[in-house]
Every structure is written in structure tokens, then in C-alpha cells.
Design a protein around this ligand. Structure first.
Ligand SMILES: O=C(CO)[C@@H](O)[C@H](O)[C@H](O)[C@H](O)COP(=O)(O)O
Ligand SMILES: [Zn+2]
Length: 200
């Protein structure tokens, strides 16, 4: 690899760090209070025997699974297992519902099948416009399930579905990668807050 190519790639990699830092600094100005509300909602839900159901597509599916793993397993400290499930992992459910109904229904049918009043739906969509996440939110709201929505891009259509009982964490960017990177900080902030309330 010639030196010019290395330098060009080094600059691009450097710019990713700088752009990511800038979005996170903006997010830090506007989102921490909503994270605090999200933490308290989750602790209330979990202490009352509820569970957190998480869903999203692509990178956000990975985020949903990452978050469920940290609640069931652990974040930074040992504690009791917490009830969380990612709706993105059962390939038989995803393929059957996607094939027989529509991909738009893959999360909403699981919400109706598994969810109960008092649970929380953690819906993750960088655009705020993924139809299967929207339908999951609509299903959850009909069942008395509170929504914590992680979005970006101004919140997209999801922003219009939420009411004052829900929690909206909208990353201040229009770029999917930057939004995803901010979502990870938000998810770790939620984990840390839950541990703090339960353990300290
Ligand atoms: O990770 C990436 C791009 O960074 C992709 O896999 C991305 O998550 C997918 O295109 C998703 O389908 C986007 O959906 P959403 O975040 O707009 O709801
Ligand atoms: Zn990505």
C-alpha cells in the first residue's frame, strides 16, 4: 500500500472519530434527562415483574441484542438477572411471520404474543421510519406497554406515535453510523442507571 493511500485512509478514520465525538457532545446537551426517565421507567417495570422487549433492524438489531445481553447477563457489575428479550433473534419466528404475513409484522406479532401491560418496548430505529418498529410500537401502545424509542434523524414517523408517558431518545444527527454510535452510549447509560438504582 503506498503512503498516499495510507494517509488518505488515516484522515478518513480520524474524521470518523471527530464526527462521532461532535454528535455525542450535542447529544450530551439534550439527552441525559430523558435517559434518567428511561432508567426509572425500566426499574419500575422490572421491579413489578415486567420485562423489556427490544427490537430494531440491521445494526439496531445488534443493539437490541447487545442491550438484552447486558440486562440478562451483566453490564459492569454483578447483579441479579433482569428480564429482557430481543425480538430479533428467533429465525423461525422471523421467517414464518415474514413469509406468511409481512416483514412489517415480525416484531408486532411478538409484542402481542409475549408482551403484557407494564412491560417496556425498546424500539430502535435510526431513521425513525422502519415499519416493523412502528407496528411494534402501535401494538405495544394498545396493550399498555410503555415505549422507550431510540431514533435519530429528528425521530421520523416514530416521533409522532409517542406521547408524554413514553421516552424518546433522538440522536442529533441524520447520519446512520453517527446515530448508531450515539445509541450505544444511550444504551450503556440506561444499563448504568439501572445498576445504580438497584445496587447503590
Ligand atoms: O448498520 C447499518 C448501517 O450502518 C444498517 O445495517 C442499518 O441498520 C439497516 O439499514 C437498517 O435497516 C436501518 O433501519 P433503521 O435504523 O432506519 O430503522
Ligand atoms: Zn453500522
Amino acid at each position: 500500500m503506498d503512503k498516499d493511500t495510507i494517509e488518505r485512509l488515516r484522515k478518513r478514520a480520524s474524521q470518523h472519530f471527530l464526527d462521532s465525538i461532535a454528535v455525542k457532545q450535542e447529544a450530551e446537551k439534550v439527552l441525559p434527562e430523558a435517559v434518567a426517565h428511561g432508567v426509572l421507567a425500566m426499574v419500575d417495570c422490572l421491579k413489578s415483574g415486567g420485562k423489556v422487549m427490544a427490537c430494531g433492524n440491521g445494526g439496531s438489531a445488534a443493539d437490541a441484542q447487545h442491550f438484552a445481553a447486558e440486562l440478562i447477563g451483566r453490564f459492569e457489575r454483578e447483579r441479579q438477572e433482569l428480564a429482557a428479550i430481543a425480538l430479533t433473534t428467533d429465525s423461525s419466528i422471523l421467517t414464518a411471520v415474514g413469509n406468511d404475513y409481512s416483514y412489517d409484522e415480525v416484531f408486532s406479532k411478538q409484542v402481542r404474543g409475549l408482551g403484557k401491560k407494564g412491560d417496556i418496548l425498546l424500539g430502535i430505529s435510526t431513521s425513525g421510519n422502519s415499519k416493523n418498529v412502528i407496528k411494534a410500537i402501535e401494538a405495544a401502545k394498545k396493550m399498555g406497554i410503555k415505549i422507550i424509542a431510540l431514533t435519530g434523524n429528528g425521530g421520523g414517523k416514530i416521533a409522532g406515535l409517542l406521547d408524554k408517558d413514553d421516552i424518546h431518545l433522538c440522536a442529533p444527527s441524520t447520519r446512520t453510523a453517527r446515530i448508531q454510535e450515539t445509541h450505544l452510549v444511550l444504551l450503556h447509560g440506561l444499563c448504568d442507571g439501572v445498576d445504580h438504582v438497584l445496587l447503590d
